[in-house]
Design a protein around this ligand. Structure first.
Ligand code: ADP
Ligand code: MG
Length: 357
């Protein structure tokens, strides 16, 4: 257990935009030296949570403490807290009219009242650390995206923050430049800097983090070590996310259902995820299950899943309230040679036939 005072403590934080509840009763603590990656689909509140922590988006309710001080208190001097918490955005946010060096020395001179000579000296040392010593006098427009982001990291470090919050630091970059930025962040993690990182780079998150938060529907749905989250997720939503399980679902409740959308949907799904099994094979199986083998069963749910991590594609056919398999021996004999696996199993809601393709 960690008996030190946490650097960040978030207590029952909620954030609403009008009627939309984006953060729902979130509580956690961050201790010195922790590197926490926030992962989850877009729109689940990851950016809002980071922005709440430094009061760029003040919470609707709940409290946030930094080094034990309640920054959500009315009238709390936010500039004091912002010096302790650096932030690196997706879009760099450098000043275009200033040189690289000026971008880095500006805040230390203005806010920390550092003498110019000292600020420059420190800035040059930081530029060296992020591999850009020779770019001190360049303007941002002369740099690549990866270089701009490394300057933005140096600028955050120049304030000697206790924590840096990164919001998708590599998602605006050309793929060839992702690596140079991630390696700078890795180096910071090794040096013991406390960081919260929103990222879609799963391998990086796994390597660099001491802890992972999986965010889903405005809550920290699962919180654990990288091994727990990636190898032994407790919740099925976490598993679906980390294994990148893609789904195409049709619920057919009557024969008025628009069946013509199914082949188009399957084609788009196969194209999108580069599924090797032929879409004709998949559609033939769907058609057969719907109109020949299981015509008598309605409502019926057809679910095509593709696990990008393993490349496995499966077709599930589910019938509610059924306790025995709707398949006859002849059906099994016809299906088995055409699939890798045929699974028939009762579920909590009914009965499922699973075809692994
Ligand atoms: P993520 O970073 O996980 O993609 P965000 O925190 O950006 O998610 O957004 C969560 C939800 O809050 C989204 O539905 C988004 O549209 C909404 N949202 C974010 N910022 C605002 C805002 N300033 N005003 C209204 N809605 C917002
Ligand atoms: Mg975001």
């Amino acid at each position: 257990m960690n008996n030190q005072q946490p650097i960040i403590s978030v207590s029952h934080v909620t954030k609403r935009f009008g009627k939309l509840e984006v953060l729902r009763d979130i509580s956690f603590e961050v201790h010195q030296g922790e590197v926490i990656s926030l992962i989850g689909s877009s729109g689940t509140g990851k950016s809002t949570l980071l922005r709440a922590i430094n009061m760029l988006e003040p919470p609707t309710s709940g409290e946030i403490y930094i080094d034990g001080e309640r920054i959500t208190a009315k009238g709390y001097p936010l500039h004091k807290m912002r010096q302790k918490i650096g932030m690196v955005f997706q879009s760099f946010n450098l000043f275009d009219h200033m040189t690289v060096l000026e971008n880095i020395t500006d805040a230390p001179i203005q806010l920390l009242r550092l003498p110019e000579v000292q600020a420059k000296e420190e800035a040059l040392a930081l530029l060296k650390k992020v591999g850009l010593a020779q770019k001190a006098d360049a303007y941002p427009s002369e740099l690549s995206g990866g270089q701009k982001q490394r300057v933005a990291i140096a600028r955050a470090l120049a304030m000697h923050p206790e924590v840096i919050l990164f919001d998708e630091p590599t998602s605006a970059l050309d793929p060839t430049m992702v690596g140079e930025v991630l390696s700078v962040i890795r180096q910071l993690a090794k040096s013991g800097l406390t960081m919260l990182i929103v990222t879609h780079e799963m391998r990086f998150a796994r390597d660099v983090s001491t802890r992972i938060f999986f965010m889903n529907e405005g809550v920290i749905y699962e919180d654990g070590t990288p091994e727990q989250i990636f190898d032994h997720p407790v919740h099925s939503a976490t598993k679906a996310f980390v294994q990148r399980i893609q789904k195409l679902v049709y619920e057919i409740d009557s024969d008025d259902f628009d069946f013509l959308q199914i082949p188009t949907g399957i084609r788009q799904f196969c194209l999108k995820y580069n599924i090797r099994t032929e879409e004709e094979t998949i559609y033939a199986l769907v058609r057969e299950m719907l109109f020949e083998r299981m015509q008598a069963y309605r409502p019926i749910t057809i679910r095509l899943t593709h696990t990008e991590l393993t490349g496995v594609t499966a077709l599930d056919v589910m019938v509610e309230h059924l306790t025995l398999s709707p398949l006859a021996d002849a059906d099994r004999k016809a299906l088995r040679p055409r699939v890798k696996e045929l699974i028939e199993e009762p579920t909590t809601r009914g009965f499922r036939i699973k075809l692994i393709l």
